[in-house]
Ligand binder design. Structure first.
Ligand code: HEC
Length: 273
C-alpha cells in the first residue's frame, strides 16, 4: 500500500502551526469561536483527505491468507457497493446474524473474505499509533467518504436493528461507573461544556449528525480517528471498563447516536478538535 510516513510529521506541524496561529489571532474571543476559526481555516486543507486515497488503495489490494481484495465485501447494498453504504449503517447482516457498524463490518470482511485472524496486526490494531496507521481506520475513511453529503438513514427494518437502537438509548441515559455519569450527563443538554469544549447535544439533529460523522481528523491528535475510538475515549472519561471494540454494546451506542442524526448530513472525513 502506498504510505506517506514522511509527509505525516509535516502535516502535524502544519496542523499545530495553524492551530497555534488561530489561538494567537483569536486571543480573548470565546472558546467556541476559536474552534470555529480552527475549522474554517483548516477546512480547505483537511489532512484527513489523505486517508481516503490510502484507504482506497488498501481496499483494492489483494491481501491476507486468501490473497483477495475487499472489493467483494458487502456493506449491505451488495458485494462491492460502497456508494451510500455507510449512510444506512449500522444495519443487520444476515451472513453474520448481527447488527454491525462500519468498523465491525470491515473487520468481518477482512476475516471471512481475506482470511485475516484476530492475532494479525491488521485486525488487532484498531487505532493508529506513532509507528503504524491502523488498516481499519484507512478502510473506514475510504468507505464512509463514499456517503459524504448524503444524509444519515440508518435502517430500522430488522428487529435486531430496532433492538440495537433501543439498547443504545437505554445505555446512553443510564448512569454508570464510579463517577455516576451517563452519556446524557454530558451530551443530553443544550450548550453544555467541559472546560473549553462544547459538547454535542443528542437532542439536536444537526449536532448529532456532526457527532456521528466519523472517521475524522482530530487536530489535537494529529491523525484520523474512528467512531469506535471516540466511544472508547468517552468510556475512559466515565472511568468505565475498557470498551470492547466492535462488541454488540459498542454497536448499540453507535446505533443510537446515528438514529439521533437521522436526516442530518454526513461530513466525512470530518475535522474535529
Ligand atoms: C464527562 C463528560 C462526557 C461523558 C460522560 C461522555 N462524553 Fe462524549 N464527549 C465528551 C467530550 C469532552 C467530547 C469531545 C468534545 C470535542 O472535542 O468537541 C465528547 C465527544 C463525543 C462524541 C463526538 C462528538 C463530535 O462532535 O464529534 C460522541 C459521539 C460522544 N462523545 C459520545 C458519547 C457517548 C456514547 C457517551 C457515553 C458512553 C459519552 N460520550 C459520554 C465528554 C463526555
Amino acid at each position: 500500500m502506498p504510505s506517506l510516513p514522511s509527509s505525516r510529521p509535516i502535516l502535524r506541524v502544519l496542523a499545530i502551526g495553524l492551530t497555534l496561529a488561530c489561538w494567537a489571532v483569536a486571543g480573548p474571543v470565546a472558546a467556541q469561536d476559536v474552534v470555529g476559526d480552527q475549522r474554517s481555516m483548516l477546512i480547505d486543507i483537511n489532512p484527513g483527505e489523505l486517508w481516503i486515497q490510502r484507504g482506497e488503495a488498501l481496499f483494492r489490494e489483494r491481501r491476507g491468507l486468501k490473497n483477495v481484495s475487499l472489493e467483494r465485501c458487502d456493506f449491505g447494498l451488495g458485494p462491492g457497493v460502497v456508494a451510500g453504504a455507510f449512510a444506512q449503517m449500522p444495519r443487520y447482516f444476515a451472513d453474520a446474524r448481527r447488527v454491525m457498524d462500519l468498523e465491525s463490518r470491515i473487520v468481518w470482511c477482512m476475516k471471512t473474505l481475506q482470511g485475516f485472524a484476530d492475532e494479525d496486526e491488521a485486525i488487532r490494531l484498531r487505532h493508529s499509533t506513532a509507528d503504524r496507521e491502523a488498516d481499519v481506520v484507512l478502510l473506514a475513511t475510504y468507505v464512509a467518504t463514499q456517503s459524504t453529503g448524503m444524509s444519515f438513514q440508518p435502517r430500522q427494518d430488522h428487529p435486531l436493528e430496532r433492538r440495537a437502537r433501543d439498547l443504545g438509548e437505554y445505555l446512553f441515559h443510564r448512569r454508570m461507573g464510579p463517577m455516576d455519569f451517563s452519556c446524557a450527563t454530558c451530551h443530553g443538554h443544550p450548550a453544555r461544556r467541559v472546560r473549553l469544549q462544547s459538547l454535542f447535544n443528542i437532542q439536536d439533529r444537526e449536532q448529532a449528525a456532526r457527532a456521528a460523522s466519523w472517521p475524522a481528523y482530530r487536530i489535537g491528535q494529529g491523525t484520523v480517528r474512528t467512531a469506535q475510538h471516540r466511544l472508547a475515549d468517552c468510556f475512559w472519561q466515565m472511568r468505565l471498563p475498557e470498551l470492547q471494540w466492535g462488541s454488540d454494546l459498542s454497536v448499540a451506542f453507535i446505533s443510537y447516536w446515528t438514529h439521533a442524526a437521522r436526516g442530518g448530513v454526513i461530513q466525512v472525513p470530518d475535522l474535529k478538535r
